[in-house]
Write a protein that binds this ligand. Structure first.
Ligand code: ASP
Length: 411
């Protein structure tokens, strides 16, 4: 991204965020209709989502094409998936443990009114696996079906690498397209401070602070769980990879603020991809781990699922013995895979768990009022988990090089 002499982009986004909170708090008192903020925020979300399909496709094809040794990609895939599962399991365990210790739902009686959520049926494993293979790759791209895009891009990258010289022009084309999309991401992010401002202003004005009070304990525990996961799991993995927490938070601040303010990991995907590479992750690993993680790895959502399940069980007086909690953890692994990177989707997927353990779906209505606040933490952690995986697996593959960022900036 362009080096400007004034404030850097992360600082501008931080200021946008703070001003957004202030504007959102003031708006109701000066009778300013918060709806005015909305299009400015939506514009940012549209711009970043516009980048996703071509950026992911181009970088992944280029990344896979650069791997001449096919077993390497297999290794990368296994390591990345293992990292995802372990991280999600730990995350959900944190959520369960915090709720077991602090009992956020005890003594709480909240009128759920007539609101009830619809139950979500988990798709069968065969359907999930079959759906990864696209019947028509163009259709997958048009729909933004990420797993199908990943599958086709890897197949194409491999085929390109096998064709060698004969297909050099096509490989060069994808390398070039990847650079163009990275550049475009930089340009779009210039709008981020305004987008973040508008999103925060709208959220704060629409939510008001009063809505937080009855569920304050739950909210605090969600943020504590997120911070614990970051400090106890992500930071050690990053340290092992040779990145200090400070360097990581600085280098990854754009996607983190994008995730926090949009509540959509899909919206943070493009800047995540660019940021981890700039910090030193290899393209072949990050172009695989980031989009895949964005789709299936949701650690923040897993914390939320553990926490809110116990919370809801406490409210409805449903016992949660240890073995039930273990099955909650296993279901959270699946439910978080099914969660898509858009606002509120974790709250829909949690009905899968509620149904299995016999919690009335009205429980969703109880947390719905504060879901945006919980989603901010969930999404931020979701995005951070993918980045940690990309960096950690790059390191395991001896392909982590902090000098990459300087090289990208010089181009
Ligand atoms: N909003 C989250 C995300 O985009 C998903 C969720 O609702 O848990 O990552």
């Amino acid at each position: 991204m362009a080096k400007n002499k004034g404030l850097g982009l992360p600082a501008q986004m931080g200021i946008g965020m703070i001003l957004g909170v202030i504007a959102g708090l003031i708006a109701p008192y000066v009778s300013f209709d918060a709806q005015w903020f909305r299009p400015f925020g939506q514009l940012f979300i549209n711009l970043v989502r516009m980048l996703v399909v071509p950026l992911v496709f181009a970088t992944l094809v280029a990344g896979a094409a650069s791997v001449s040794d096919i077993s390497r990609l297999g290794r990368v895939a296994v390591k990345t998936l293992l990292f995802f599962f372990i991280g999600t399991g730990i995350a959900c365990a944190f959520g369960l443990a915090l709720a077991d210790i602090f009992h956020p739902g005890l003594g709480l009686t909240i009128d759920t009114g007539a609101a009830a959520a619809k139950e979500v049926e988990p798709p069968s494993l065969v359907t999930v696996l079959m759906n990864i293979v696209p019947v028509n790759p163009m259709d997958s791209m048009a729909k933004g079906a990420m797993l199908q895009i990943i599958f086709f891009a890897i197949a194409m990258g491999f085929s390109l690498s096998m064709c060698g010289e004969k297909a050099k022009a096509v490989t060069d084309f994808f390398n070039g397209l990847a650079e163009v999309m990275i550049k475009m991401t930089g340009i779009v992010m210039l709008y981020a401070p305004i987008g973040v401002f508008a999103l925060m202003a709208f959220t704060v004005a629409a939510q008001g602070l009063a809505v937080l009070v009855p569920l304050l304990k739950l909210i605090v525990l969600m943020y504590v769980g997120s911070i614990l996961l970051i400090i106890l799991f992500y930071f050690p993995c990053l340290k092992y990879s040779g990145i200090s927490p400070k360097t990581f938070l600085k280098g990854f601040s754009e996607p983190l603020m994008t995730a926090f303010s949009t509540c959509s990991s899909a919206a943070a995907l493009s800047s995540s991809l660019v940021s981890v590479e700039r910090m030193g992750a290899s393209r072949s690993v990050s172009s695989f781990a980031i989009p895949l993680g964005n789709t299936i790895n949701m650690d923040g959502t897993a914390i939320y699922m553990g926490l809110v399940t116990i919370f809801a069980a406490e409210i409805f007086g449903i016992p949660m013995p240890f073995n039930t909690q273990v099955s909650v953890l296993l279901m959270a692994l699946l439910a978080s895979i099914g969660t898509i990177g858009v606002p509120g989707s974790g709250m829909i997927m949690i009905t899968m768990i509620f149904t299995q353990v016999g919690i009335p779906l009205e429980a969703v209505a109880i947390v719905a009022g504060v879901d945006r606040i919980l989603d901010m933490a969930r999404t931020t952690v979701n995005v951070m988990g993918d980045a940690t995986a990309a960096i950690f697996v790059s390191k395991l593959e001896n392909d982590f090089d902090p000098a990459r960022g300087a090289a990208m900036d010089d181009e």
